[in-house]
Structure formats: structure tokens, C-alpha cells
Design a protein around this ligand. Structure first.
Ligand SMILES: NC(=O)c1ccc[n+]([C@@H]2O[C@H](COP(=O)([O-])OP(=O)(O)OC[C@H]3O[C@@H](n4cnc5c(N)ncnc54)[C@H](OP(=O)(O)O)[C@@H]3O)[C@@H](O)[C@H]2O)c1
Length: 290
């Protein structure tokens, strides 16, 4: 199948915009499903040919969004408490709409029950196995881009806030590599019925991360341990919901206890080159290009 039209859900978020850009770079015709009309120019400037406004929790909106599309790249809104139920209806409508390729943006190690957002993704994956659809499941590690949320603290104060032990080892992947892999596989029958872990080049402890930041910024950067209870209180004060707070706390505890390493072999195979390393990513950001 050569893809004619790809629907991207969660299109105006961090992941969605990167996926649209990569799909456009490989001449895929993309329809972006967005929640707010105000995001229309954003998805068009990323390269979407069409934008459709709708609520992912509404079956009629989903059916209208999928109408005329041959493939779907399903991104669930981050930390959605009802990700499983959203996944169930997206899969059902995809079957009814005759979608030829369903790509699901999952997460590295969805098997981990101790992290509720991972566990929900595993159950969505299970629904895909049973759906009869041609599917590909992508399981990205945490993005390097997440660190940019703390950039002013890193750059101005020399602190990387951290609600877990700095010896914790985590694999991080460059979201642009994930998006390129997505654009490579979409609509390709040789990637049907496949599950791919997408990991970056290195497994670094948070001590190593601040060391690299210090070297590259040429100024001291230190891990700043944030007490988890204090973190939770401030997250609640800032309006984060209870499911999200508890889920993130579970994730921090899991990372600290078990670490979260990964292996870049599959992403290297898909891209035909090694994925970006953390130094590559930070170098690009410093140069104003990430
Ligand atoms: N961050 C990571 O390191 C990482 C790693 C692996 C996997 N993932 C997964 O990637 C996925 C996307 O994460 P993200 O950070 O890119 O998400 P995000 O920035 O929160 O984007 C989600 C998008 O979904 C839209 N949305 C929210 N509610 C909606 C609704 N009811 N109907 C339709 N659209 C709705 C949001 O629209 P508005 O902007 O209008 O609210 C937003 O544009 C998540 O499932 C996450 O678990 C993330």
C-alpha cells in the first residue's frame, strides 16, 4: 500500500507536530486531528495538508476524521486517564472505516504495571493484536526534548530539577528520530504486525547528563533533588489532575528503583544510521536548531 492520506491524532502536541513534519518530508498527505481550532495554523505550518477539529472521545468526530484516510497514526493525549477506552474506540472506528495501516504511538516497556500510563498502552496494544487490522506499534523511550522544559533553570540557575536519585539511568531518544522512523514505516506492508522499541544511542545516569550539559554550556550544571511530596503539592497547585500526579509519582519511583535503559538496535535498523546521541541533541539546541 502506498499511503494516500494519513490521519494523525493528538496532532498539535509535541509528538504530533514532529510526526507531521516528518510525514510531510516524505511526501505523505497528512490530515491533522486537533482539539482546538486555534491550532489550525500550527499544524499547517508543520506540513499538514488538512486539519479537522474534533474530540478524540467522540466516535462521530473520529469517524469523520478517518473518512477517506488509508492510514492512521494514533497519538493519545499525554497522561489521559482513559487511554484504554480512547484506544478501544479509535481501533473500532478504524476497522469500520477500512483503515489499511494503524500505527500506534505507544511507549518503551508498556508491560510495566507499576506505571499506569504504560500499562494502559499495553492493553491498547493487546486490542490491536486482536483487531484484525494491519498495525505497527512504536515504543519510544522518553524524549530528549523533555529536558527543554527545564532549559531556563539549567541555563540560568545551573540546576536540573530531579524528583529521583541522580544515579538513575535512563535511555532518551530524539523525538526527530522517532518521527523519521514513523515516516519510514507508515503504509509499508513490510512493517505490518510489528512492534518496535525506539531508543536513543546511550543510557546515561542523571549525573552524566548534567556533566554533559556543564561541558557543552561551559558552566556548572548540577542535579537539584526535588522532594517528591513537594513536587506533588506544587503540581496539584498548578492544576495537574490527581491521575496525572499519581502516575508521574509512580514513574519517578519506578525509574529510581529499576532504572529505564533501552537498546538502539531497532531504531538504527529502521533509520539506516545510528540515532542521535544526547550531545548531538544539545548541540543542535544550542545552535538554535532543535
Ligand atoms: N514525552 C515523552 O517522552 C513520551 C515518550 C513516549 C511516548 N509518549 C507518548 O506520546 C503521547 C503524546 O505525548 P505529547 O507530550 O506529545 O502530548 P501532548 O503534547 O499533550 O499533545 C496531545 C495533543 O492531544 C490534544 N488533545 C487533548 N485532548 C484531546 C481530545 N479530547 N481530543 C482531541 N485531541 C485532544 C491536545 O490538544 P490541546 O493542545 O488543544 O490540548 C494536544 O495537542 C502520549 O501518549 C505519551 O504517553 C511520550
Amino acid at each position: 500500500m502506498t499511503t494516500k492520506k494519513v490521519l494523525v491524532t493528538g496532532a498539535a502536541g509535541k509528538t504530533g507536530l514532529a510526526i507531521i513534519q516528518a510525514l510531510a518530508g516524505r511526501q505523505h498527505h497528512t490530515r491533522a486531528m486537533i482539539f482546538r481550532e486555534a491550532h489550525t495554523p500550527l499544524v499547517h505550518s508543520a506540513g499538514a495538508k488538512e486539519a479537522t477539529i474534533g474530540d478524540i472521545r467522540h466516535r462521530t468526530h473520529l469517524a469523520a476524521a478517518m473518512d477517506g484516510c488509508q492510514a492512521i497514526y494514533h497519538i493519545c493525549p499525554n497522561m489521559a486517564a482513559d487511554e484504554l477506552s480512547i484506544g478501544r474506540s479509535v481501533i473500532a472506528i478504524a476497522r469500520e472505516s477500512g483503515i489499511e495501516h494503524f500505527v500506534y504511538h505507544s511507549v518503551l516497556h508498556p508491560q510495566v504495571e507499576k506505571m499506569p500510563h504504560h500499562w494502559q498502552k499495553m492493553r491498547v496494544e493487546e486490542l490491536l493484536f486482536e483487531s484484525g487490522l494491519n498495525y505497527t506499534i512504536l515504543q519510544p523511550a522518553p524524549y530528549m526534548q523533555n529536558i527543554l522544559a527545564y532549559w531556563s533553570s539549567i541555563f540560568q540557575d545551573g540546576h536540573l530539577p530531579l524528583p529521583y536519585n541522580p544515579d538513575t539511568v535512563i535511555n532518551m531518544v530524539d523525538l526527530l528520530d522517532v518521527a523519521e522512523a514513523a515516516a519510514i514505516i507508515i503504509g509499508k506492508a513490510n512493517h505490518f504486525q510489528a512492534v518496535y522499541e525506539l531508543c536513543g544511542k546511550e543510557n546515561f545516569s542523571q549525573r552524566e547528563i548534567v556533566q554533559i550539559l556543564s561541558e557543552m554550556l561551559d558552566r556548572p550544571v548540577k542535579n537539584q533533588f526535588t522532594d517528591r511530596e513537594e513536587w506533588a503539592a506544587s503540581a496539584r497547585e498548578n492544576g495537574l489532575g490527581e491521575y496525572q500526579v499519581e502516575t508521574l509519582l509512580a514513574m519517578f519511583r519506578y525509574y529510581e528503583q529499576f532504572h529505564f535503559p533501552g537498546n538502539p538496535f531497532i531504531l538504527t535498523q529502521l533509520l539506516g544510521r545510528p540515532p542521535a546521541g544526547f550531545r548531538d541533541f544539545i548541540g543542535r539546541h544550542i545552535a538554535g536548531d532543535a
